[in-house]
Design a binder for this molecule. Structure first.
Ligand code: ATP
Ligand code: MG
Length: 283
């Protein structure tokens, strides 16, 4: 692990998120590069603190080739350039390729064999997390990171939680609306109160796979509609699954269909989908 933040030197900003900024940093001691996520001072309030304390606990237990590694969590500042306040820092494995969102911005659509590889790795990662009773709850393109070998890994446990947690912790975070399953978006209508949350991660993966295939957020025709709460509600909870390009293979169609089953009790499980022809390794 990393012993001290003082060994780290900021090199560049990798990106900004809703919870803070991610930097590329250089470890002077080991001469190696990491990513450092810093939660901004003004957001460092009690609820965030609780959330990240939980995140830190989870991260320490996670050890998988399908999950972005966390090398340390520091409850002190790396903020001398931002006014000297305090912050909370996560030292992470540096993923050279950026996020799947960045990749999609450049390439728009991805070829099916690439999407298949992404889906398989995310499923393997979810299989690992779910086996530890962890629901991720924020699977989306910006939280799927790519390394220089082209491998995709799951990142960012900002709103994930241990299932065994209390009801209060289950409800306190909104996650990311756009990739949210019907049972999370509208629990009353879609039986969300009985859902364990695992099926919600499968839904989000389905949206991501579809997005890789069509090249834009797939549930809303963004040229015509606003990405607001009401149109998301319609798209997620009531509308038919969007059309897929004619070129999409039957395997891809079937995979997305299993993920985007609105009734979570009928949705494909991670274990089932790991055996789906779309992600099975073809030799
Ligand atoms: P949200 O706050 O809703 O989760 P986000 O995922 O975009 O949005 P962050 O998790 O703070 O926000 O990440 C911001 C950006 O920094 C990411 O989109 C990604 O491009 C980059 N990034 C994050 N972690 C790493 C990492 N370990 N290696 C390389 N780049 C990273
Ligand atoms: Mg993120």
């Amino acid at each position: 692990g990393i012993k001290s933040l003082f060994d780290l030197e900021k090199m560049a900003v990798l990106g900004h998120g809703s919870s803070g900024t991610v930097y590329k940093v250089f470890n002077r001691k080991t001469k190696s590069i990491f990513a450092l996520k810093v939660l901004q001072v003004d957001q460092y309030v009690v609820s965030i603190h609780r959330q990240t304390a939980r995140e830190a606990e989870i991260l320490k237990r996670v050890d998988s080739q399908y999950i972005v590694r966390c090398h340390g969590v520091f409850d002190n500042g790396f903020t001398e350039t931002e006014g000297g306040g305090r912050g909370l820092c996560f030292v992470m494995e540096y993923m050279e390729g950026g996020s799947l969102q960045d990749v999609l911005r450049v390439h728009q659509r991805l070829p099916e064999h690439v999407i298949s590889g992404v889906a398989r790795r995310v499923l393997e990662g979810l299989h690992y997390l779910h086996g530890m009773q962890i629901v991720h709850r924020d699977i989306k393109p910006s939280n799927l990171l790519v390394n220089d070998m082209g491998e995709v890994k799951i990142a960012d446990f900002g709103v994930s939680h241990v299932v065994a947690g209390t009801r209060e912790t289950l409800d306190s975070n909104m996650g990311t609306f756009a990739y949210m399953s019907p049972e999370r978006f509208d629990p009353e209508r879609w039986g969300g109160d009985n859902a364990d949350g695992f099926a919600g991660d499968v839904w989000s993966l389905g949206v991501v796979v579809l997005e890789c295939c069509v090249g834009h957020f797939p549930l809303i025709n963004s040229a015509k509609q606003q990405l607001d709460w009401a149109s998301l509600m319609c798209a997620i909870c009531f509308e038919e699954r969007p059309e897929m390009p004619e070129t999409a293979s039957p395997e891809l169609r079937s995979f997305v269909q299993r993920c985007l089953e609105k009734d979570w009790t009928n949705r494909g499980t991670v274990t089932e989908l790991l055996g789906h022809p779309f992600v099975k390794k073809r030799t």
